[in-house]
Write a protein that binds this ligand. Sequence first.
Ligand code: HDE
Length: 712
Amino acid sequence: MAQSRPDAARKPKAGDAAAAKVRQLDGYVQPPDNQLTTNQGVTLADNHDSLKAGLRGPTLLQDFLLREKLAHFEHERIPERVVNARGAGAHGYFELTKPLGEFTQAGFLQEAGSRTPVFVRFSTTMGASGSADTARDLRGFAVKFYTREGNFDLVGASFPVFFIQDAMKFPDLVHAMKPEPHHGMPQASSAHDTFWDFASLMPECTHALMWLMSDRALPRSWRMMEGFGVHTFRFVNARGDAHYVKFHWRPKLGKHALAWDEAQQLAGRDPDFHRRDLWEAIERGDSPEWEFGVQLIEEAKAGQLPFDILDATKLVPEEMVPVQVVGRLVLNRNPDNFFAESEQVAFHPGHIVPGIDFSNDPLLQGRLASYTGSQVARLGGANFAELPINKPLCPFHNFQRDGMHRTGIPRGRVAYEPNTLATGSEFRADGGQHGFRHHVEALDSTRVRGRSPTFEDHFAQARLFWNSQGGGEKEHIVSAFRYELSRVETVAIRQRLVDNLAHVDARLARKVADGLGIDAPDARAAAGRPGFREARGRLGIESSPPLGMENAGNGVQTRRVAVLVAPGVELGAFKVIAQALQDAGASTAVVADRLGFVASSSGQQVPADHCLLATPSAPFDAVLVPGGAASAQALARNAEAMQFLRDAWRHGKALCLIGESRELLKAVGVPEGKRAPGVVTGSNEPTTRIQLAQDFMAALGRRHWGREEGTA
Ligand code: HDE
């Protein structure tokens, strides 16, 4: 159900009419909408020239029009977020599909079918606001629910675990991963000494490192990325009973990744790849969607899990506590203005509503103390909640007053509670009937600075993650460790890290060490270092399939297929396949040597959407090369076309080659038959076209990673 802005919902007050009258005094002429004015409402006669002493003379100080314009321009920038600076967002709604009243009194989780407006911002963690979207990184997945009982922010991420266990280490982690302070390099990358120095000295990072080195850190699209609340939260019902809860977002399009080489190409060719993908999907009406899942854990049973659910470096395997799908998230409206919405949106894990509460996860506790300061520094004062994107949709009123950039105009003489004098401001706390109350919890009363021994195992879940990956995914993890550590200059850091990896998996550690040309991993040396904690054999499960990505859905919806053509192209089979793709929700784009039209073998003029000079195969999910001898020969002579195909093959994409274009496979070194998974070939014969289309679509919904090793 739509909710209105608080201004509309608020009851008129005595002063309103008078204020409106002042604004509408008789004789005030509003400039027509298309006329430029100053910030003071003065209509401009000239927006091109400054005021000068003679046409070739100096500019006059009295040029208030120039001064206003430049003064505003000088102040256009605000500090970027300390972390998660690079990101973009969209509007949409959350719809509850399964009522949760038994577990929580949160109003927006009571009635199946009820909708709550949301704003979601996706981000990378390490990079500056101008860095590339496709950097290897943990992504932010922050959701602001504008509920009828206030705003609830679920400020989550694309991994279910974090690098550290205690907020005390967050500034150290961020300083280590950001560009090194002496020369400011590298941007948006963990592949440097300070990150791995810190990570190798902090074995608690190991589980999140496995995620960071995996395909999870290279999403194909934000629309194809899972999200997690990471910390354990609490649901509290009307009786005051609490359950621990973990939050999950599951993309309807399945979870899919880019190849590392492709991600790097995209960083150069289209640094906006992810934000563009989201924007265009929403503009097309392909509203991305996620299932909302919860893992509910009785407080008494939490202690029986073989790890501590207050530890943010641990996840709760679905085999131990299933994920129940209780809602869906749909993003269906792009922001009107990037700065006003995506940049000014201010999330805070402490923005919760009655029925939701925190756990004692020490990382979450630290976040609760941190985010307000960040927003004040970034948005210039304590009134950031009044910005349109941050304002609750329900009415809000209290006696907080003044400060920079106050936009609300509180009325009356009273700004305190209790009072007897107020006429229009008689707000009171409601005594707890609807108002927020924390879950009542008995606490250990010993004041202590330290780490719980239940947080001690740093490897069992890293191993679980490794065991849950498919063959291609494991190869990617090995390559990623090699890539990152080969950029580390200090050999001792590389060695320390592979020694730690020996406690995850001996083969993994050995393969990484081999690639770096360093000593064999020394598990015993790792175990002797400070911070090392391992509790072997406690987890009780060997692998957890949902942690891998290879089994993700194979749907072709919203997938983009490049159609590589040259003059003389034969369109018969291509037309059938293009239609089948379109019917299944995928799209095709013609790529040719140059823009304009390409003449087909039958003389038809085919419009080219992209030219090879500007468009590599990286932004596409698959490549289709129609037949035609002249077309195939022209493509074979074109180095860019061959690179296009070679990259698509290396990046594990589905390829479909028809008729004469099959010869191109040899030219780019693609093997035939079983050694070429995801490669579909066929003739132009009308009888085989439907089968060809079906085979290609079956290959298209996923990447064929086994190719790198020739093993699939
Ligand atoms: Fe954040 N984090 N964080 N964080 N975080 C910020 O808030 C912080 C943590 C996350 O799209 C900052 O507005 C501390 C974990 C996201 O606007 C800052 C600690 C997770 C976003 C901050 C953490 C996150 C932020 C930067 C450890 C995964 C972007 C500016 C105690 C669940 C939200 C700002 C958006 C942003 C602090 C740990 C996710 C500096 C101190 C764990 C998605 O306040």
